[in-house]
Design a protein around this ligand. Sequence first.
Ligand code: ADP
Ligand code: MG
Length: 633
Amino acid sequence: MEKGNLSITSENMLPIIKKWLYSDSDIFIRELVSNACDAISKFKKLVQMGEATAAEDEKYRVDVTVDKDASTITVSDNGIGMTADEIKEYITNIAFSGASDFVEKYKDKMGEANDIIGHFGLGFYSAFMVADKVQIDSLSCKEGAKAARWICDGGVEYEIGDESDRTSRGTTITLYIGEDGKAFLDGWKLREALVKYCYFMPTEIYFTDLVQERKDAEEAKKHTEEHPDEAVEPEEEQPVNDTRPLWLKKPSECTDEEYKKFYHTVFTDFNDPLFWIHLNMDYPFRLKGILYFPKLKHDLEAIEGQVKLYNNQVFIADNLKEVIPEFLLLLKGTIDCPDLPLNVSRSFLQNDGYVTKISNYIIKKVADKLNSLFKKNRKEYEGFWDDINQFIKYGCLREKEFYDKVKDSLLYKTTEGEYVTLSEYIDKNKEKCDNKIFYVSDVNQQAQYIKLFKDNGMEAVELTTRLDVPFISYIEAYGGAGVTFARIDSAADMLKKKDADSLSEGETKELSELFKDSLGKEIKLKAEPLMAEDVSAVIELSEQSRRMQEMSAMYGMDAKAFPSDESLVLNTDNNVVKLLLKLKADESKKDETKLICQQVYDLANMSNKTLSAEEMTAFIGRSNKILEMLAEK
Ligand code: ADP
Ligand code: MG
């Protein structure tokens, strides 16, 4: 065998590659298998161009084999192959990309040369992340070519010669696995890496675990010995990959069933997705993919999206924030972008204008889809709203551009169970709601107010999640002049009965005194005829001061810095309140009057917030006392 030196300038090159180029060592499988697929597509191109001949029934395949007993992993293909000179040229000149050489040579004849995966020219060396020694056996497709063998143990020296035992066209890479790669000698672990990176590669890939195979053969032999008349059908071998992922098909040729099936297999989610977007772009850059809106009823935190990024069917990474706008990572999908460099450093991606274009394109497509659903299938879209609203709101908050595109398709669920846009709500409730958008932040807690609203022919919208808090401020800022939100407990005067008399100022003052004495504290009190006769009182909280309070709580500030601006609104149309007005003059009923005041106050409070432990204890004690009085009567 002849000896030579790798033409690299620094002896430290390999350790550097080993350490820094790839963060995950399982990537070696991606690099070697993608090289094998490349070699096959190169050969196919040569055949197409009449520069090589293939058998009529040629079956192109890549074989990945692991042998734990021998500590080897091999990747074998029946592609273009390499002569000894080519190995020297393509493999040993690390900085020199063989792919670009090939493309250069054939670019006039090939047309679209770009679908050859290699871009970087260092992929092969990732083998040294797991192997102590790497061997190449190759037989070039060139006529009269001799098989060649190359061996390198990770230093700067290699051996090359023609002692190879490869007898058919193609290349076998044998990895003699070292300490760092031991884990991959387990069949399931290697298969997992194969599935992760190579699941959509364009040539059929077959996986064999030799240790397992020997075990199976032994068992089969034993079985036949024990049951000699049972015929054993050999299992048909199955490739690990899907060579024609659905995103490559024309959207017009894909059926709903295909989209769903693809979703189920790729994301192992047995629920159907709500809907999907098939991305299919050729110019000014190439991008194909499918984004799914999964069904989700959870809170945003529980949403686990997954967007897999591919480069020419080779998996690059999940949820790459630098390429895919963060809010879209809540979706599930696959995106294939052949123009992205395979071995990308993230800081490079962040600064790449091309990446911004991709990201904008995807945002636009998602917005288009939502808008078209809204316009063309409003009912269906409404049906999705509970599932998708958090995603959309999060998107708006994260990307103003997205908000600008979808703002007219944002819906609000009303307390009547309808879905309306902001302008529809305003149009419908303008007069009654004084141009405000009333909202409910907790449907159960605020049930009394909702009832009052309903009795009054008004409706509020449900904005009940944590995300709705910043969303409300966002819409107030960008949603147009005069758009203001007010929580349903902030405007009791809206619930006043029309043309009914209010109490005189003197009477109100008297009531204030009475409550102050009974509760032992100063409170703001209003007395108004409200719509619902069976409600004795409600708490009214000023929207502004409540928000200030919430904000200070969020930032861990002293709650006392912003005292709440709270009023007790007594319903003068309610019988209890009417009786109270009579009782207050009666000195002999002093105790009863006090109890009633306290109870009315608690009832109003209860329908506004959760009582504290102390308040609750007092309320229950008092309620029992009232029952006792009732029973004794
Ligand atoms: P890249 O794939 O980006 O060119 P690699 O380091 O992965 O860089 O591979 C270097 C070159 O070695 C390839 O371009 C190709 O010419 C050659 N090569 C690698 N593996 C094979 C193979 N299985 N069959 C034929 N040629 C190969
Ligand atoms: Mg490569």
